[in-house]
Design a protein around this ligand. Structure first.
Ligand code: WQD
Length: 336
């Protein structure tokens, strides 16, 4: 199928692009490069030996999206594009609502006009808010603690309502847990702007000497070692989940929600120790106060994705740590 990847130059978008092309699909990328680099697309072309149509556009720009659809026979959309920093969303909520909601509405309107019926959405485990219990199952209560999370949950609602109103529309909502790692080539990887918010890119930048010391945000959580527990999943496993989701959308109508996680929770200190062991590199750290909005633990029950999508994560924590470092050590300054 001809698949449009909005935000396709990003961390998960580029890895998904590689797996889609490997599976025989044609990828078209739309990205405004507000949080990504055109170099990343060049690297995907290098890995796949494939030229990828690339549109430098804002997905909220209806005219630009319309032009893309009129120039390409799009058969499915994977919507990655969006602002995604939890803390920033609290500071500029209107920009998050404007961007993350508008882009989805624009895509749905243009898709309807062009008869495109398959929509895969990049959602997040953050929609579960502060979970009453773990592991998390798709039918559990949702509710968010920050504007970023609310934009994900609102998009889920918009997409479900759109599918309810159009029996031909197929929507797959993928709730990501914590993607880390990189393609085995080390040519694409996570490339955050500025100081990383997320744990693994912070660790790899400490390992690369770009940052001095990892701050561990709190060691008094209700977990086995007091530090926060999350479900870390290799980004290549996550990318393969999107290929399965595209196939599922092609064969089904209506809306389906899937957790894309490993089902295993690791603490911050588990990750630090695993990284040190896998890469034989010391990572200095110090315990810092808790970060506002963080929760004790969050990990998936991935049963539904295994039984319905025919997908499950396969890569180990050692591979996640090794591949994260392979990317960073070969690209000390990311794509710059
Ligand atoms: C993981 C753990 C921190 C950094 C967020 C979003 C989620 C998704 C992934 C976009 C926590 C601890 C972190 C550091 C630390 N983003 N930590 N020191 O918060 O689980 O999820 O990113 O889709 O939607 O909510 O990921 O990597 O920021 O934190 O101790 O310098 O690492 O407290 O326990 P998080 P994270």
């Amino acid at each position: 199928m001809n698949v449009l990847l909005t935000g396709g130059a990003g961390y998960i978008g580029t890895h998904t692009c590689v797996e889609l092309i490997k599976a025989g699909h044609k990828a078209i990328i739309a990205d405004n490069f507000s949080n990504s680099s055109p170099k990343a697309v060049e690297r995907v072309e290098e890995i796949t030996n494939t030229k990828i149509p690339l549109y430098k556009i804002d997905v909220c720009d209806k005219e630009a999206v319309e032009k893309l659809f009129s120039e390409n026979k799009i058969e499915a959309v994977i919507h990655f594009a969006g602002l995604k920093a939890v803390g920033e969303s609290c500071a500029i909520p209107l920009a998050y609502y404007r961007n993350n909601i508008d882009s989805t509405l624009t895509l749905l309107e243009v898709m309807k006009k062009h008869g495109v019926k398959n929509f895969v959405f990049s959602s997040s485990a953050t929609v579960y808010g502060i979970p009453e219990k773990v592991p998390l199952v798709e039918g559990m209560p949702t509710g968010c603690t920050n504007p970023y999370g609310w934009t994900k949950l609102m998009n889920e609602q918009i997409l479900q309502d759109a599918a309810n109103a159009d029996e031909e529309l197929s929507v797959v909502l993928l709730r990501y847990f914590n993607p880390i790692g990189a393609h085995e080539s080390g040519r694409i990887g996570e490339n955050p702007n500025g100081i990383p918010n997320n744990l693994m890119p912070y660790i790899t930048q400490v390992a690369a000497g770009r940052l001095k010391c990892l701050g561990v945000f709190g060691n008094d959580y209700n977990t086995h070692d007091g530090t926060g527990v999350r479900d870390y999943i290799h980004v290549v496993d996550l990318a393969k989940g999107h290929v399965k989701a595209i196939n599922y959308a092609q064969e089904h109508k209506g809306t389906e929600i899937f957790n894309l996680g490993t089902g295993v929770g690791y603490s911050v200190l588990d990750i630090v120790k695993a990284f040190i062991k896998a890469n034989k590199i010391e990572i200095p750290f110090e315990i810092k106060p808790r970060r506002a909005g963080d929760i004790d633990e969050c990990y998936a029950d991935p049963t539904k994705a295994r039984e319905v999508l025919g997908w499950q994560a396969e890569k180990s924590l050692e591979e996640m740590c090794r591949d994260s470092w392979n990317w960073q050590s070969n690209n000390i300054n990311g794509y710059d």
